[in-house]
Design a protein around this ligand. Structure first.
Ligand code: FAD
Length: 487
């Protein structure tokens, strides 16, 4: 069987693109190939925050690409209502977004929380977006221990969440009913391009062919690219391992409550996931490869934060499920969206922390491009083969990563003696990071979560070699020349 389009991946991105293609074209033959279990994909583990302003960090809008990404997030925020209405057409059980988000600022983490919340407020004002400052003690379902009480809180009426598994199920229902779509429960090992299109080798030893191949396998996309012989040099996609927990609904939490993004993760948040469960999330540690294992230390930390910073009464809630998912985390933290230099080969991944939120826009834009439909949105900047984007200078990156280290330590109850110890410890961390930069030996400013990746790696030397190998591609680029930070 030859398909017009083969989509690799059944997370929110793959299924949403398939949906948009069928919506815009009656006869297009599509295969969606992916394991039914979804492995440890990101979408399954996400709480489903539809968060645009709540997701901002103080560096989000510093670069052109950062602004472009925010553009997509902003458009997505405006599109979700129509998207849900469309998905509800013909179904009696109606999907509904739970609107309203409380963003809290407490002092349990470091300065990163403060910077991010003020970046959020500045953007809310710039965009004339509705929000109000509220008394944190009026937030329903919020009762932190006294030394973790929030200093301030904001209510964002237009942001909220919807359980991602409901959207995945609905998309699958719609696609399964379409005779032009085959949902294939298998995994792609690799693919080659030949005269008759893409030949796609599956784990079951079967193969399929297609004119266009869309790699939407989240953090697993990287291994498919590496196994195949396309000769493309895409921005590496790592795995931002995220862990979250479903707990018994011992108290009523009617709406999403969250902190801003903090220490390399998407903030502490809680939301009513279904009738019986509250979702608390989420951690983020970046590794080279995806994993399906949860870690004692992370779950311990997450639950401690939940009981202390969100509601004391959760200490008696039953634990129901640990959720593990791998965010597609690109080297520069920005998505890879577009056709590669191999005609017909597309990569749509790297959506990292908010791919669920962005999915209605990304999928529509990709479908338009595949079908040759005119669109005013310029996504060329997210080209999968771009030179990775720097959000900082190297010195700024060192300082920023240090702040994230310190925030993480404060969140874990670090208490330092007064009289300059904060600067002293920060200085030691900065030196360590400088050492790391010298070992890597290229002048490219890494994001804090990528710097932290070296801390979590079991094999730092191998990781350093990986980065050195990758940056060789840019050897002749002035911007990435060798450097010495020892002075
Ligand atoms: C804990 C956690 C919380 C999050 N919270 C939010 C949130 O609140 N809001 C938000 O917007 N975003 C959130 N995110 C991020 C969001 O989930 C991702 O950006 C988004 O889901 C990525 O979607 P995807 O389809 O690209 O990847 P995935 O969801 O990872 O899907 C990839 C799919 O590819 C398939 N696959 C893997 N290997 C192969 C193969 N070899 N062949 C074929 N198929 C394969 C898998 O079955 C998988 O389902 C969160 C992520 C995590 C982990």
């Amino acid at each position: 069987m030859k398909y017009d389009v083969a989509i690799v991946g059944n997370g929110i991105i793959g299924l949403s693109i398939a949906y948009n293609l069928t919506k815009k074209h009656n006869n297009i033959r599509i295969a969606v190939v992916a394991p039914k279990s979804r492995l440890s994909g990101a979408t399954n583990a996400a709480g489903g925050m539809i968060s645009c302003f709540g997701e901002l960090t103080h560096s989000s809008l510093k670069t052109e690409l950062g602004n472009k990404k925010f553009d997509t997030c902003y458009k997505a925020l405006r599109k979700w209502d129509d998207h849900i209405n469309e998905l509800n057409r013909g179904f009696s059980d109606k999907l509904e977004i739970n609107k309203g988000t409380y963003v809290i600022n407490n002092s349990k983490s470091g300065i990163v929380d403060h910077e991010n919340i003020y970046a959020m407020i500045a953007a809310l004002n710039d965009f004339n977006e509705d929000y109000s400052r509220i008394d944190p003690f009026t937030i329903p379902g919020f009762k932190p221990v006294e030394d973790a009480r929030a200093i301030e809180a904001y209510y964002l009426p237009n942001e909220g969440f919807i359980n991602p598994t409901l959207i995945l199920d609905r998309l699958l229902d719609i696609l399964s009913a379409n005779d032009n779509v085959d949902i294939i429960d298998d995994a792609v090992i690799k693919s080659d391009k030949n005269a008759s299109g893409f030949s796609i080798e599956l784990k079951s030893n079967a193969s399929i062919t297609a004119d266009q191949l869309l790699l939407c396998a989240g953090s697993y996309t990287q291994s498919i690219i590496e196994n195949s012989d396309f000769g493309i040099n895409t921005v590496p996609i790592f795995a931002g391992l995220g862990q979250a927990v479903l707990i018994e609904k011992v108290i009523n939490v009617p709406h999403l409550i969250r902190t801003p993004n903090r220490s390399g993760a998407c903030g502490l948040h809680i939301l009513p996931y279904n009738d019986n469960s509250l979702y608390v999330g989420a951690s983020n540690n970046v590794y080279v490869n995806p994993s399906d294992l949860s870690e004692v230390g992370i779950i311990h930390f997450l639950l401690e934060c939940t009981v202390e910073q969100l509601h004391q009464d959760f200490y008696k809630a039953k634990m129901q499920k640990i959720m593990v998912g791998n965010r597609p985390a690109s080297l520069d933290g920005l998505p890879l969206i577009g056709e590669t230099s191999v005609k017909g080969l597309w990569v749509i991944s790297g959506t990292y922390r908010d791919g669920f939120h962005q999915s209605p826009i990304i999928s529509e834009e990709v479908a338009n491009r595949i079908l040759g439909i005119d669109t005013s949105t310029d996504l060329s900047i997210f080209s999968p083969e771009r030179k990775p984007i720097e959000h900082y200078t190297v010195e700024e990156s060192i300082k920023e990563a240090t702040k994230h280290y310190m925030s993480g330590a404060y969140e874990r109850a670090m208490k330092l003696p007064k009289a300059g110890w904060d600067d002293f410890i920060s200085g030691m961390i900065e030196d360590k990071i400088r050492e790391l930069y010298n070992k890597i030996g290229v002048n490219f400013a890494l994001n804090p979560d990528i710097v932290l990746m070296f801390q979590f790696s079991n094999n730092q030397d191998a990781l350093i070699s990986y980065f050195q190998e990758y940056f060789k591609n840019f050897e002749n680029n002035d911007n990435l020349e060798k450097m010495d930070l020892s002075a």
